[in-house]
Design a protein around this ligand. Structure first.
Ligand code: S3P
Length: 429
């Protein structure tokens, strides 16, 4: 099993780039495949998760050429141009691949099976199967449809209105994709707005969508047209270097071309509320998504309370935010974040165990964490639980520990951030 030993370091300084946005990379393959004509993608994330989506669409007859340097050319075959895959679709560790594809496959004229690694096969799927079945989808899975492998017999779908009890972009996106295959309007509402990349990209490709307070409506049977898609750098990957620069004294980093979609930029609001110095430079829009360069300087942080609508806007960054909180003055409380328990691993438990193992003072709550900050932590040995964001968060924590931190099971960082360890090494010396 791979492991990394991380030592504390001097100031992090430089002008860096992090890989492409994972959520937008998945969607660029999906919509590029369903569009008519050619889609060129710039900045595609060459991580295991988005590559699982790429391979799935190649397996359904879509020509996708890797032009090198993060450029892809997708020869879209239209809304009804996919072919029946000849094998089980392997989603690897990627919940986004599995859940979004369930919606899309439910409306096809063929049979398909979705599976994934041991972590993904433990994750809840009824949140998607149940509303899809109400649209007429035929889906079967282990544990009464709760767990993969999932078998899908595609067919005709009815439009629906679904009030999702959770703020989940994966649930919302699965239903919007299914709605493309239903005659009429499909509406999804959610308690707080989750990331809206599907809505933005569907519009960008020519679908008819109407957003309203609390939800979105999509019209079925659109004609999607191939386009050029620029994938910004992933704010979820930039997050590790934002926190690293804030907590290592004397640091100053410029992170280029980061996606700052307001449904994703909760981390910037939270770190600024903690006293962090982060500036957005050259804010612009590309392919329907807001982008900026982020300039971050080390700062003294103080504890904050995090909850409500801020949580879905920072859901994937809460592990590394708990690291920032461990070095802040005072107490940070994270509430309303029970969704963390059903991510790649139980991220509440995994971060509590990992931070406490290196000398942190963290208490797990049913729906979050209570973190008492301190000047330094001690260091020690932690396990990533096979979860990329736990591994990278603890690498950041190590930068301000008095002794080294050994992180075991680190190959998982390849799912979202190939090159993480070398970039960290390059900056930390
Ligand atoms: C994602 C949505 C989020 C996030 C995940 C990626 C997406 O999950 O945690 O990493 O690309 O749609 P939710 O479905 O809980 O919003």
């Amino acid at each position: 099993m791979k492991q990394q030993v991380i030592h504390s370091c001097g100031p992090l300084r430089g002008d860096i780039s992090v890989p492409g946005d994972k959520s937008i990379s998945h969607r660029s393959i999906m919509l590029g495949s369903l569009a008519s004509g050619t889609t060129e993608v710039q900045g595609f994330l060459q991580g295991e998760d988005s590559l699982a989506t790429l391979l799935a669409f190649r397996g359904m007859g879509i020509g996708i050429e890797d032009l090198g340097g993060g450029w892809l050319r997708i020869e879209g075959r239209g809304l009804r141009g996919l072919q029946e895959p000849q094998d089980v679709i392997d989603c690897g560790n990627s919940g986004t691949t599995m859940r979004l594809m369930m919606g899309l496959l439910a409306g096809q004229s063929f049979f398909s099976v979705l599976s994934g690694d041991r972590y993904l096969r433990r994750r809840p799927m009824k949140r998607v199967t149940v509303p899809l079945i109400s649209m007429g989808a035929r889906i079967w899975g282990r544990c009464d449809g709760e767990r993969a492998p999932l078998a899908i017999q595609g067919g005709a779908l009815r439009p629906a209105r679904y009030d999702s009890p959770i703020a989940s972009a994966q649930v919302k996106s699965a239903l919007l994709l299914a709605g493309l295959y239903a005659d009429g309007e499909t509406t999804v509402s959610e308690p707080h707005l989750s990331r809206d990349h599907s809505e933005r990209m569907l519009k960008y490709f020519g679908a008819t969508l109407r957003s309203f307070d609390g939800g979105v409506t999509v019209s079925g049977n659109p004609r999607l047209t191939g386009r050029e898609v620029f994938v910004p750098a992933d704010i979820s990957s930039a997050a590790f270097f934002l926190v690293a620069a804030l907590v290592v004294p004397g640091s100053e980093l410029l992170i280029r071309n980061v996606g700052v979609n307001p449904t994703r930029s909760g981390i910037i609001d939270i770190l600024r509320a903690m006293g962090g110095s982060i500036e957005l430079l050259d804010a612009r829009e590309r392919s329907g998504e807001p982008v900026a360069d982020l300039w971050v300087r080390s700062s003294s942080l103080r504890g904050v309370d995090i909850g409500g609508g801020l949580v879905p806007r920072a859901i994937d960054e809460l592990p590394v935010i708990s690291v920032a909180a461990s070095f802040a003055e005072g107490v940070t409380t994270i509430r309303d974040a029970e969704e963390l328990r059903v991510k790649e691993t139980d991220r509440i438990q995994a971060m509590c165990d990992a931070l406490n193992a290196v000398g942190g003072q963290v208490e797990s709550l049913e729906d979050g964490m209570r973190i008492v900050g301190q000047e330094h932590m001690r260091g020690g040995s932690v396990n990533s639980c096979g979860d990329h964001r736990i591994a990278m968060s603890m690498a950041v924590a190590a930068l301000r520990c008095t002794a080294p931190v050994t992180v075991t099971d680190t190959a998982c960082t390849e799912t979202s951030f190939p090159g993480f360890w070398s970039l960290l090494r390059q900056l930390a010396g």
